[in-house]
Design a protein around this ligand. Structure first.
Ligand code: ADP
Ligand code: MG
Length: 642
């Protein structure tokens, strides 16, 4: 390539490059427009999107508006009404200050801006296309501003390629609006997607109302208001030391609700330990009402739950940190989701302490982490506390395992009806359901994965002790049953048996999933149908449940569905069959016999027999071991015989 002389980029090139920093996808546009509306003091903000924002994005607000003569300026680069001097940068109180957003958006789309200033009797409208500003015109409109962005990236094909599906993009737009709804409960936000009202906050000023909208009433009821912690910078550090012994803390007392000038003020809501998520995505943190992505503060929240949650589970939280604007730098990145604190440690400690105190006053602290099934969390954790020799064995077992996939053509664990079973009714019409140990339907005979085992007994109402030709087996009854159910389901599916046995409900159950999860549930009604749920949209965040998988008899199907909904939204990267596999695993987990359940000899024998016939008997569908094996040789070694 010939070397070009240094030159100043043509304005249209420069503006597209600048736009790239601010505007990567439709949700970024929404964020900028929302922030302008909030900066303008709007109390009602409506967002509309079409085709995931590609075709159209519109934000309508009732803020103070823009004076007619300033309207063309609003679209210029570095044109802002929010910052005058460099000194102003040190105490930013508005979202905007770069004067870059409208300019950047207009460089990559067709923007129409209509605004009526509160002191003017008419509105002015102006249109920009490909960076070219057209002459303003008068219009009739109420006080406030409407920005319409059409055909985003119409002139940047490279960007278009990176856009995801319409559902994903509109999901991200919804997520952005929800953050601001959380941060500003006293303002009313609504989102209309492809002509449908997706959600609307009440604007009541109550954070709890926003939580109900987002997570549904049941979940919101399991979230508690933070006991406020306020620390001033002069006295704060000792009081909030990181290694403080939380358990000996005096009960927390509520302090003032207004932020002291130099202090840190932490407030918000956190979930009780009974309500958890599979990842950190339901932990939202706001600094001076600005949503931030801060690993350290997220970690402070998670740490506060230490020993209260099972391994791999995370809380839900909405945390507000109010702090003197001079103590925080928001000018770190054009998208402004990262911040830097002057005294990071102190903020961390304040958050951690506020959460911990709240939890301690709200819940008793158990001695050991115990998971939903009642199993010791430790048992699935590190190998450190296993006897010598067991660790490597456990590794081997773990690695022996399981590649969950859908083309399993294997064993039919033949249920007798003693244990809850997927196949109970569905296989009755399977012609070749023979109780033999025939391992395959493709004619390939594979080696049994487990030797025949003799049940010796049950310990701790959790583990089955069994003896095999090579030694001793300790079987986790819950994990083993999960494995059995999972393979039963997969087998049925492989044989194209549609009949996952379902139980039709006399009265449909009503499921409220909350606005955050509605889209995910609605998009997966078919997958739910496959695994035995009949669920139907009922408007808003409400669904009617008409049938549940029979295997779940005796379980609370709504809890299972809520868990499924949460997982769907947390793991949006799942596609196609992975989705169904994830759903099945959740159903299996719920349906499987629990740790803590006493089993009769017959039940244990049945369980072990079905496990013997599994394709991957040594791990549960989530990849954890179902059993620990101690070989005869290992036993002899341990007893010093060899
Ligand atoms: P910034 O927000 O960083 O100042 P923008 O490009 O987002 O830059 O906006 C430029 C200017 O346009 C703002 O400073 C403000 O004066 C005006 N403006 C934009 N949107 C609105 C709105 N919704 N209501 C009132 N004024 C607005
Ligand atoms: Mg702005």
């Amino acid at each position: 390539m010939p070397i070009m002389p240094i030159q100043i980029l043509a304005p249209e090139v420069a503006s597209k490059i600048a736009a790239g920093e601010v505007v990567e996808r439709p949700s970024n546009v929404v964020k900028e427009l929302l922030e302008n509306s909030i900066d303008a003091g709007a109390t009602e903000i409506r967002v509309e999107a079409r085709e995931g924002g590609r075709r159209l994005l519109r934000v309508v607000d009732n803020g103070h508006g823009i004076p007619a003569d300033e309207i063309p300026l609003a679209l210029e680069r570095h044109a802002t009404s929010k910052l005058n001097t460099v000194d102003d940068l040190n105490h930013i109180v508005t979202f905007g200050f770069r004067g870059e957003a409208l300019y950047s958006i207009a460089a990559v789309s067709q923007v129409t801006l209509t605004s009526r200033h509160r002191k003017q009797p008419f509105a002015t409208t102006i249109r920009v296309e490909g960076g070219v500003v057209q002459a303003p015109a008068r219009a009739g409109a109420p006080i406030g501003t409407t920005v319409t962005v059409e055909n985003l990236f119409y002139n940047v094909p490279a960007r278009q390629k990176f856009l995801r599906t319409t559902t994903t993009e509109s999901g991200q737009i919804a997520a952005i609006i929800q953050r601001y709804a959380l941060a500003y409960p006293e303002r009313r936000f609504s989102f209309v997607n492809d002509g449908r009202l997706i959600f609307q906050s009440t604007g009541s000023g109550e954070l709890r109302d926003v939580l109900i909208m987002l997570y549904g009433r049941d979940n919101a009821q399991q979230m508690v208001s933070l006991t406020a912690v306020t620390a001033s910078s002069t006295t704060g550090l000792d009081d909030l030391a990181l290694d403080v012994d939380f358990r000996s803390d005096a009960p927390a007392q509520s302090t003032s609700t207004t932020p002291p000038q130099t202090g840190v003020h932490v407030f918000g809501y956190v979930s009780l330990p009974s309500l958890t998520r599979a990842n950190r995505s339901a932990i939202d943190i706001f600094v001076n009402r600005r949503y931030v992505e801060d690993r350290s503060l997220t970690h402070a929240v998670v740490q506060a739950y230490h020993t209260l949650l099972p391994v791999g589970r995370y809380p839900m939280a909405v945390i507000f940190v109010d702090i003197d604007p001079a103590q925080v730098d928001v000018n770190v990145h054009p998208q402004k989701t990262q911040v830097r604190f002057v005294e990071e440690r102190r903020i961390f400690a304040a958050v951690q302490k506020a959460v911990r105190r709240t939890l301690i006053s709200a819940t008793p602290i158990p001695d050991l982490g115990v998971d939903e099934g009642g199993r010791l969390a430790r048992a699935t954790g590190e190998t450190a506390d296993l006897p010598p020799g067991w660790a490597s064995r456990r590794e081997a077992i773990l690695n022996a395992g399981d590649q969950p996939h859908f083309d399993i053509v294997v064993p039919a664990p033949q249920p007798t009806g003693i244990l809850p079973s997927f196949a109970m009714t569905a296989t009755t019409n399977a012609p070749d359901a023979s109780p033999t140990n025939k391992r395959t339907t493709t004619g390939v005979t594979s080696i049994p994965k487990l030797p025949p085992l003799r049940v010796v007994g049950q310990i701790g109402a959790m583990y089955i002790v069994a003896e095999g030709p090579e030694g001793l087996f300790l079987i986790d009854q819950h994990a083993a049953h999960e494995r059995i159910l999972y393979e039963q389901y997969m087998l049925q599916r492989a044989n194209n048996q549609t009949g996952v046995a379902r139980q039709h409900l006399l009265e449909p159950l009503t499921l409220h999933v909350g606005a955050r999860l509605t889209g995910q549930v609605a998009a997966h009604l078919n997958a739910l149908q496959h695994i035995g749920f009949e669920v139907e949209a009922f408007g808003g965040d409400t669904f009617l449940v008409r049938a549940v998988p029979a295997v779940l008899a005796g379980e609370d199907p709504l809890r299972t569905l809520e868990e499924i909904a949460a997982t769907l939204s947390e793991r949006r990267n799942l596609v196609g069959e992975e989705i169904e596999a994830a759903l099945v695993k959740m159903v299996c987990k719920r349906a499987a016999i629990k740790a803590g359940q006493l089993l009769s000899d017959i039940e244990m024998q049945e369980l072990v027999r079905q496990l013997e016939q599994c394709q991957s008997p040594r791990t549960c569908p989530h990849g954890r071991p179902t059993m620990i094996q101690l070989s005869a040789v290992e036993l002899e070694k341990a007893f010093g015989r060899i």
